[in-house]
Design a protein around this ligand. Structure first.
Ligand code: TYM
Length: 331
């Protein structure tokens, strides 16, 4: 049996945050030791929502720096930029003939974007999951480490792959969303109203570039109450949210200590938030500082991108030869 291949990507639409880390990057770092991995900055996808490209180069560099600061080793994994692989666009075109308007219009992320940017409902937005499928199957990848919000895109990718394989012969393995420890993760925003996000809800998102004081301020603003008055009271959503975030960045001992205090009604949310803020700072500060250094080293980032593009193109080229052949486009 062939070794499984891993592929995933992040859009350069802003600073990375704890959601990107725990939903995606944490898995990338573990997977790179076990499988051939392709990790990409999805600059083409970002054009569907951010047509102004003035800051794109800087954002691509920052996402690369943040990937490496989180532990991606560019000599182990293939780290590259989506637009450097023109084969992606060719495969995207072929897959578009296998994707139906109706199913694309029903995609949750598409409907969300229509709501957020009614003045720019472009065709790229509609076919976003098709481009994402092209990214993945261009390397014939089957493991796709992503957060919960990408689950539907992976389901669609499986449909497109099944249609391609049915029509033209079995070329691609089935891609699956992947997370170590089973369930896909959604890191909630601090206010519990949604998820942490690069471009929305910035005050309720902890970015990997946030300064210590910013993190303290954001965490201390989180809504709490006076605490439970009787033992074993179920937690309201906004309190459950704080525990959820604590589970990600604090030690088990600290987490359990607040869990016990909640259950015997002695919890002090002020103390809990202070602890959470410090644990987030301890987590973020070393990544922030590494990313800043890397971001300043443009020559290194350029080398990483070029080396990554060369490796990714090799893989893309060999897949596209098989694709054209199986589609009968070989005359
Ligand atoms: P993007 O840039 O929105 O997010 C990058 C990764 O971070 C995860 N993520 C989260 N996980 C948990 N909780 C959160 N609050 C949270 N916010 C973001 C996302 O699930 C994702 O894994 N469409 C993709 C980019 C992409 C891609 C691909 C992914 C393009 N081509 C091919 C996989 C394979 C996206 O918009 O990710």
């Amino acid at each position: 049996m062939e070794a499984k291949i891993v592929m995933s990507g992040i859009r350069p639409t802003g600073f990375l945050h704890l959601g990107n880390y725990f939903g995606a990057l944490q898995n990338y770092v573990l997977l790179q030791q076990q499988y051939p991995c392709f990790f990409m900055v999805a600059d083409l996808h970002s054009l569907t929502t951010h047509p102004d490209t003035k800051e794109l180069k800087e954002n691509v560099h920052r996402v690369l720096a943040e990937n490496i600061a989180c532990g991606i080793d560019p000599n182990q994994a293939t780290l590259y930029c989506q637009s450097h692989i023109p084969e992606t666009s060719e495969l995207y075109l072929y897959l578009n003939m296998l994707a139906y308007k109706g199913e694309l219009e029903k995609t949750v992320t598409f409907k969300e974007k229509v709501r957020l940017q009614p003045e720019n409902v472009n065709a790229g937005l509609l076919t976003y999951p098709v481009l994402q499928t092209a990214d993945i199957i261009l390397h014939r990848a089957s493991l796709v480490p992503v957060g919960k919000d990408q689950e539907q895109h992976l389901e669609m990718a499986r449909n497109f792959v099944a249609r391609f394989n049915h029509r033209y012969g079995i070329v691609f393995p089935e891609p699956h969303a992947f997370n170590f420890g089973s369930n896909l993760i959604k890191v909630p925003s601090l206010d519990g109203s949604g998820k942490m996000s690069k471009s929305e809800n910035q005050n309720a998102t902890i970015f990997l570039a946030d300064e210590d004081e910013t993190i303290r301020k954001k965490v201390m603003r989180v809504k709490t109450d006076n605490g439970p008055t009787s033992e074993q009271t179920p937690k309201p959503d906004y309190i459950e949210n704080i525990f959820l975030l604590m589970k990600l960045v604090s030690t088990e001992e600290v987490f359990n200590q607040f869990e016990v205090a909640y259950n015997n009604c002695t919890i002090r949310y002020g103390d809990m938030k202070k602890q959470l803020a410090e644990d987030m700072i301890n987590f973020v500060a070393p990544i922030r500082s590494k990313a800043q250094d890397l971001f300043a080293n443009k020559k290194y980032l350029q080398e990483v991108m070029e080396q990554g593009a060369a490796k990714a193109r090799q893989s893309a080229k060999s897949t596209m030869e098989i694709v054209r052949h199986s589609m009968g486009l070989n005359y």
